[in-house]
Design a binder for this molecule. Structure first.
Ligand code: FPP
Length: 253
């Protein structure tokens, strides 16, 4: 049995997270440690994107949201931003068949109007083409910031003329980019940093957090399954007591 199969055998398929968010960090350090340009790290990171997407789909995870480019990332050196945009285009063009063949719906969250045409065009095309796919939603956070998203939702509610008494969590969630997706169950961050860095601030309220020292280009199938095993070892109380959680679980069983 391979190391991956042995890890997979430890997973309970009935208790997988429905929605996983990943802060893909450490591409630059991965490249610098090898004396390479940072873009080499981003390119290797896109191979991790492919591996984790494939495995998520195979396991039946319903939604995978990847933090690919933050609203702050525009401030990086122009050369790195241009290289990342070129890589995103290459990914969107190169992964088209894999996404369609696997019934994956591609979605994007963030201020997409800021993206250059070379990304926006293949992104819009693949989002439209895959809109009817149902097995998994792969969302790319691009030019995304969690605070921006909350402000966007507030502006939308004001524009709708929403009265204070009409506003509740469900109505607010309808105005977020993640409307319609399952609740975020697990957030993974690579590279040893212990922050959310403005990723899915509202949605992560009750998510389990998994931090790993692995740099994103090194985060492949085995590391992902370890994160899922860690998730399954957690007791998700959602504000209840442990006794309440256990009695609910017994009633459901
Ligand atoms: C953070 O690493 C990573 C990014 C800012 C970009 C993430 C992009 C990819 C994984 C590749 C392209 C994406 C897709 C969807 C194909 P960092 O550069 O901040 O690393 P560092 O902290 O070590 O400098």
């Amino acid at each position: 049995m391979s190391a991956l199969d042995s890890l997979l055998s430890q997973l309970d398929p009935k208790r997988l997270p429905r929605h996983v968010g990943i802060i893909m960090d450490g591409n630059g350090r991965w490249a610098e440690a090898r004396g390479q340009d940072r873009l080499v790290g981003h390119r290797e990171g896109s191979r991790s994107v492919r591996a984790i997407t494939r495995l998520s789909r195979r396991l039946g995870i319903r939604a995978l949201t990847l933090y690919a480019f933050s609203s702050q990332n525009w401030q990086r050196p122009a050369e790195e931003v241009a290289g990342l945009m070129a890589l995103l285009r290459e990914y969107l063009v190169g992964e088209r068949d894999e996404i369609m063949d696997n019934d994956i719906r591609l979605s994007a969250l963030g201020d997409l109007d800021k993206l250059p045409r070379l990304v926006r065009e293949p992104l819009d095309a693949l989002m439209a083409e895959s809109a009817g796919n149902r097995s998994m939603t792969l969302s790319l956070a691009l030019s995304y910031g969690g605070r921006d998203e909350l402000l966007m939702a507030c502006r939308a509610l004001l524009a709708q003329g929403c009265a204070p008494g009409e506003l509740d969590e469900a109505r607010f969630e309808q105005c977020l980019y993640t409307a319609g997706l399952p609740p975020l169950d697990l957030v993974i961050r690579t590279s040893g940093e212990l922050r959310l860095s403005n990723f899915l601030l509202w949605q992560s309220a009750y998510a389990e957090l998994h931090f790993t020292e692995a740099l994103w280009p090194d985060f492949r199938e085995e590391a992902f399954v370890r994160a899922l095993i860690d998730y399954q070892a957690r007791e998700r109380r959602l504000g209840l007591t442990s006794a309440q959680v256990h009695s609910t679980a017994m009633k459901l069983a």
